[in-house]
Design a protein around this ligand. Structure first.
Ligand SMILES: [Zn+2]
Length: 763
């Protein structure tokens, strides 16, 4: 690729006058998957496209879409869907709205009070109006602060502080000799998907769960609080779903099928994703009097937050009464789908999406990402008028009910499962967007592709490409020399694996459709996530205030969509994929070695009496030594090593076929019939799935990426093996190594077949 800084700086001066592609010299290396001629034409269309999105439009869309609360079930949620559909139609897209009826509980009663063991206190559970921020006063339309899919309950118990409430925190509590049996736990937000906190608390015998936002994490310890700055104010609360999405996302009553009018539904009481104990989120204003009423051991150093008090663990004497009751009605949701039909391969779909529903006004989450989709639609509509004919069909989607558990996208993808497996080339997602660096995560067969796209988009604050800026930023934050060396020498920067947290999950992990999630961020901190303060005022004062990163998102995602829709040969690549799988296998070996070493060391220390000698009986009189465990067996990783080897050979074979196809300006690509190869590439990601699904959670079919059962958002790669190791199920780990290796061997064979198909097609 050419040096982009010079080209990009030039583009800045003249993009409004002459599209950049028309200035570029003709001897440029063709884009992957394009012949020289079609690559030249593609670049011209892409440059025209990138000149169209306007920050002032993004701003106007946001002002409209975030003007009122628009959570699922509100009039404004439906109005927004209709407004987006009207815009898509105005831009020339073939548009319809698809509806589903889904379970969405809304609060009827919420009580948190300190009934004994401290000064009587009743939590406010309310976010006040902020002067100057006009939409913060829309109280009658705002959804109260709560966690959706908390079970109803009315419980009283001693309070215990459990740090972030993840499994290792309970190990630590056990060492302190503290049980949460019959207690109400209070956990900080962060370090896991919020639904993990009540799940783990219930597994340890707690009867209720409070989750609060500590100022150390997103409040005054980070910077000025709203409205003086972007961080979480005293009474700001993070709403959110606590459904156990790592079992299955989407409508809790219709796992695996679309929640249509007549779908067969589970009874609410039988839905396994609803929490076992009641849970409510609270502000740090409400949390402080509760935490101050705890005695017991001083919290471990890394548990202490930013409230300027001594954090103690309890239990009690603070005794808390927690009551949660919801209205468990079904609500109708509205997915907006606008299509640009493909000219020569209309049955191949390049899908782009972002959700439109929010917890309250949702200017950042999700509108900042959604407005880019709208400008992409407008820009593509203009290109079509100018004569652009994408080869493939482009569905642009605005999903409903994402914040409530990825419901709109999941129900749609479940309803269209068979079509997606046949037709979907890829799904490109965004969600929130802000100022800063491009991030990308997704299927590693698209790693090279998205890197190439990033090389062709300009960062609005520097004269660098967004690719270069990401690379330099990553060097500045790298952990060690090895990482810096790799960043400097590897052709592509690595993209992360998809876990959970937005609408890509169902496409990749249930349907086996290659997916990417992209956006900008990192320079715009904030603590308004899922609160009433995530609104137009906040966004236009503290985030991408000029909407230039909104434009960069539209340029990046739009370029990716166009390139996938126009390529002669779909630009999948398997070198980066194979390299990534090898790093995962290496991580698993390191993980199992470390767990073995830790257990052996701990047993040695138990023999020596280290724990009893080092414990301070005055400080923590209840402290106990950790339990002795058998040293784990050595696992046999040979099947995974062999599979990685097979992938290496297969990726090389595909690379060789690709080089042949791209030789002589890709002349062969222009004339060959590539339908069969492209169809194989469309179905490739499905070869990383198994119909039976992951152990214990059959909805999740992908054997490379899944959200963790005890982490939630964060991806677990090679999840069947990794989670067996983490749970110390050694026999299962050995068995799952064999299963996962078979999946990867199958993928290797598939790539070799695709290489052969490509070779014979270009002869
Ligand atoms: Zn979102």
């Amino acid at each position: 690729m050419k040096s982009l800084s010079r080209v990009a700086a030039f583009a800045l001066l003249c993009v409004m006058i002459v599209p950049l592609g028309m200035l570029a010299s003709g001897d440029e290396k063709p884009l992957d998957g394009f012949s020289a001629d079609s690559s030249r034409t593609e670049r011209q269309w892409e440059e025209k496209f990138k000149a169209i999105p306007k920050p002032e439009n993004l701003r106007a869309y946001m002002e409209h879409l975030s003007a009122r609360p628009h959570n699922v079930g509100t009039p404004y949620d439906k109005e927004n869907a209709e407004w987006i559909a009207a815009k898509f139609k105005e831009f020339g897209l073939d548009t319809h709205i698809e509806t589903f009826d889904v379970l969405f509980p809304t609060p009827k009663e919420r009580v948190v009070e300190l009934v004994s063991g401290g000064p009587k206190f009743t939590a406010k559970l309310e976010e006040p109006t902020v002067p100057g921020d006009s939409t913060s006063s829309q109280h009658t339309e705002q959804l109260p602060t709560y966690n959706a899919y908390s079970t109803d309950g009315d419980v009283t118990g001693k309070l215990v502080f459990v740090n972030y409430g993840i499994p290792e925190d309970y190990d630590r509590l056990a060492r302190l000799g503290i049980s949460v049996q019959g207690a109400i736990v209070i956990a900080k937000y962060g370090h896991s998907w919020r639904g993990i906190k009540p799940k783990v608390a219930a597994e340890h015998g707690a009867v209720g769960c409070l989750i609060y936002s500590d100022p150390n994490d997103d409040g005054f310890k980070q910077g000025e609080t709203f409205p003086a700055g972007p961080w979480r104010p005293l009474e700001g609360v993070q709403r959110g779903s606590v459904a156990d999405d790592p079992i299955y996302p989407g409508d809790p009553l219709t796992p695996g099928i679309g929640a249509t009018k007549d779908a067969k539904r589970l009874a609410v009481k039988d839905a396994p994703v609803i929490t076992k104990i009641p849970v409510l989120p609270i502000s740090y204003g409400d949390a402080k009097p509760l935490l101050e009423a705890l005695t017991g051991p001083v919290a471990p150093r890394e548990w202490r937050g930013g409230l300027g008090m001594t954090y103690r663990v309890g239990p009690g004497p603070a005794t808390v009464h927690l009551k949660v009751k919801a209205n468990w009605d079904l609500k109708t949701i509205y997915d907006v789908i606008g299509k640009i039909p493909g000219s020569t391969s209309p049955d191949e779909w390049v899908i782009r999406g972002n959700h439109h529903d929010a917890w309250v006004n949702g200017a950042e989450d999700p509108v900042s990402g959604l407005v880019a989709v709208l400008e992409e639609a407008r820009a593509m509509g203009e290109l079509v008028k100018e004569g652009w004919k994408p080869k493939r069909t482009i569905p642009l989607c605005a999903w409903d009910a994402e914040v409530t558990g990825l419901i709109g996208s999941t129900e749609w993808a479940e309803e269209h499962h068979d079509e997606l497996q046949k037709h979907a080339v890829a799904y490109i997602n965004s969600d929130t967007n802000g100022r800063g660096y491009l991030f990308a995560e997704g299927s590693h067969s698209l790693e090279r592709f998205i890197n190439d796209v990033a090389r062709d988009v300009q960062d609005p604050e520097t004269n660098l490409s967004v690719w270069k800026r990401h690379q330099l930023y990553a060097i500045s934050t790298a952990d060690d020399t090895d990482e810096r060396n790799e960043l400097r020498t590897r052709t592509d920067w690595r993209i992360g694996a998809l876990g959970s947290g937005s609408d890509y999950g169902t496409f990749q992990q249930h349907d086996g459709v290659a997916a990417l999630n992209i956006g900008f961020g990192g320079e715009d901190g904030g603590g308004i996530y899922h609160s009433i303060y995530d609104d137009f005022y906040w966004y236009t004062h503290f985030s991408d205030t000029k909407f230039v990163y909104g434009r960069a998102l539209a340029q990046t995602a739009g370029t990716a969509v166009m390139r996938l829709a126009d390529a002669e040969l779909l630009p999948f690549e398997f070198g980066d994929f194979t390299d990534t799988i090898k790093t995962y296998v290496k991580e698993l070996k390191t993980l199992s070695d470390k767990m073995r070493d830790d257990i052996i060391e701990r047993n040695k220390e138990l023999d020596e009496g280290v724990f009893s000698a080092a414990a301070d009986p005055q400080d923590v009189p209840t402290a106990v030594s950790p339990p002795r465990e058998d040293a784990p067996p050595y696992l046999n990783f040979a099947p995974l090593d062999n599979a990685a080897d097979a992938l290496t050979h297969a990726a090389a074979a595909y690379h060789a076929a690709l080089q042949k196809a791209q030789a002589n300006g890709g002349a062969a690509l222009a004339s060959a019939s590539l339908n069969e190869v492209n169809q194989m590439l469309i179905e490739n990601e499905q070869h990383l799935t198994l119909e039976k699904g992951l152990p214990g959670r059959p909805w999740y079919k992908h054997y490379v990426d899944a959200p963790g059962q005890y982490t939630g958002y964060a991806a677990k790669t090679l999840p069947a093996v990794r989670e067996a190791i983490e749970l110390k199920h050694w026999k299962d780990a050995d068995a799952e190594i064999v299963v996962t290796a078979k999946v990867l061997e199958g993928e290797a064979k598939y790539i070799r077949d695709a290489a052969e198909k490509l070779s014979s097609a270009i002869h």
